[in-house]
Write a protein that binds this ligand. Structure first.
Ligand code: FAD
Length: 456
């Protein structure tokens, strides 16, 4: 088929308004908000139903056209810009919340449901329940976020969000529909076991293993009260011990740290934010006392934040987003890296050195995932999007940081192409062999986001 015929077939599947190959429509799909170089896209298509996704995948298979699934397109690391052209499958129209199971505490949603939509729906209809939500803009999808091992304000308590998936409906690369988790044999999407668990195959796969059309995500009891206890630590070497002790007492819901040269008052400190929750103000007050004591004993200072700042951070931490404002042009991208806690002092020190080397004000942060099982480290770089030299500079800084993360025993998170390549170079050969074999078996025509996780 030529491209006119492909477009006409796509329009037949989704309706004439929801498929395009016009340059003006494709422009935004060839970019993302990070430092990646734009890449060409041939078609964009916006399906409404699972059956439409299935037909698109079947067409792509017959014609050997690459497909890249996209939610909100907010990873910043170019994951939704096709490497080898083809179709961007924009999932935004599949935005139904299909079921909230109050007692088994899960939400069954379509792939295009945004974090903002689920949060609002629960606030209005199930005020006692809360979903796992990242600190990303509300147009990020739940599916896009959990599929990249996302994290947010519940991750200290409940782990990374990929672990909170109960079940998936997937269009496999051959166009077949498959269900994973309890939904494979039950009407209830309550969990992943006790059967062999394949859900991990689709997490951090960047759309290379199939297209998720439905997903069940765990929900959690929403505490009546929430607060933050701020602290300042001068010596990053003391962070592991503080976090070890902090998690042992089990009162944190989320723990964030940050080190920034701007604003000026933050320079020279690691900024601590421990989110606490409770049913009453008295419980919170008690926890604040415990934390103040712990901070003091661990070499940190309790910080009484001005009300405006306190309320701002309670609503949404703004480390990363704020970093974009340091330069004209509003660009920023970060290397996230999943790290062992003991390497965090080095990550702060060496991360700041990389930033300064490239003339970018250091903006570093981290968040606990689980007790101290993993800590995700953010090395953020701001740049002027209108200045190709600054973007190149940022890309070099990102490359150096990917290498640093690996040297420190960490793993770059939602890695862009460069990061993926570095990870694969270091990976156990039999892991790579299995990955390649599974992928080739599922997707013999190589249509699923080719160029990502490519093992030669
Ligand atoms: C200001 C800012 C702050 C951020 N803070 C956080 C944070 O605190 N925590 C956090 O986790 N992230 C954070 N991020 C990163 C961002 O939130 C996540 O990358 C985002 O949640 C991913 O969701 P998305 O809908 O944008 O996914 P996309 O970027 O559209 O997709 C992500 C990946 O999943 C694949 N994918 C998407 N949909 C499907 C599907 N249906 N089937 C198969 N594969 C699919 C895509 O191909 C891609 O590889 C932040 C981003 C910004 C801009």
């Amino acid at each position: 088929m030529n491209s006119v015929e492909v477009l006409s077939k796509l329009k037949e599947i989704v309706g004439k308004d929801f498929a395009s190959n016009k340059r003006e429509d494709l422009f935004i799909y060839s970019h993302d908000p990070g430092a990646s170089i734009p890449r060409p896209v041939d078609f964009v298509v916006m399906p409404k139903t699972t059956e439409e996704v299935q037909k698109i995948v079947q067409l792509a298979n017959n014609e050997k056209i690459p497909i890249v699934p996209m939610g909100g397109g907010l990873t910043l690391s170019g994951l939704i810009i096709p490497v080898k052209g083809g179709i961007v499958l924009d999932m935004k129209r599949m935005d139904e919340i299909l079921e909230i199971n109050k007692f088994s505490r899960y939400a069954l949603i379509e792939a295009g449901v945004t974090t903002g939509k689920l949060l609002t729906y629960l606030r209005e209809n199930y005020p006692d329940l809360q979903p796992p939500i990242p600190d990303a803009p509300p147009s990020a999808t739940i599916v896009g976020n959990v599929l990249i091992h996302g994290s947010g304000y519940l991750s200290q308590r409940y782990g990374d969000y990929g672990g909170l998936i109960n079940g998936l409906e997937v269009i496999l690369p051959n166009g077949e529909i498959a269900k994973f988790g309890s939904c494979a044999l039950s009407d209830y999407w309550f969990g992943r076991g006790p059967i062999p668990d394949f859900i991990g195959l689709f997490i951090s796969a960047f759309g290379t293993m199939g297209i998720i059309t439905k997903l069940s995500i765990q929900l959690f009891a929403k505490p009546k009260k929430r607060d933050i206890v701020f602290g300042l630590m001068e010596d990053p070497e003391k962070i592991p011990d503080l976090l070890y002790k902090l998690t042992a007492i089990g009162i944190a819901e989320d723990v964030l740290l940050g080190m920034q040269d701007k604003p000026e008052w933050m320079k020279g400190y690691v900024f601590l934010m421990t989110y606490i929750t409770g049913e009453t103000q008295e419980t919170l007050d008690e926890q604040v006392k415990i934390l103040k004591k712990l901070y003091r004993k661990s070499g940190a200072r309790f910080m009484k934040a001005p009300k405006k700042m306190h309320d701002l951070y309670l609503g949404r931490p703004i480390f990363a987003a704020g970093a974009a404002d340091y330069r004209k042009g509003g660009g920023f991208e970060y290397v996230g890296a999943f790290m062992p806690l003991e390497k965090i002092p080095d990550a702060y020190k060496k991360g700041a050195e990389v930033s300064r080397k490239y003339g970018i004000p250091p903006t570093l942060g981290s968040r606990l995932i689980g007790e101290t099982h993993t800590i995700v480290m953010f090395f953020s770089y701001s740049f002027n999007r209108a200045d190709p030299k600054e973007m190149e500079n940022a890309r070099n800084a990102l490359h150096e940081t990917n290498k640093l993360a690996l040297e420190l025993g960490g793993i770059p998170w939602k890695a862009e192409l460069d990061g993926q390549k570095l990870i694969l170079e270091k990976m156990d050969p039999n892991y790579k062999y299995l990955l390649k074999t599974i992928r080739n078996t599922l997707d013999p025509n190589g249509i699923m986001n080719p160029g990502n996780w490519e093992i030669i």
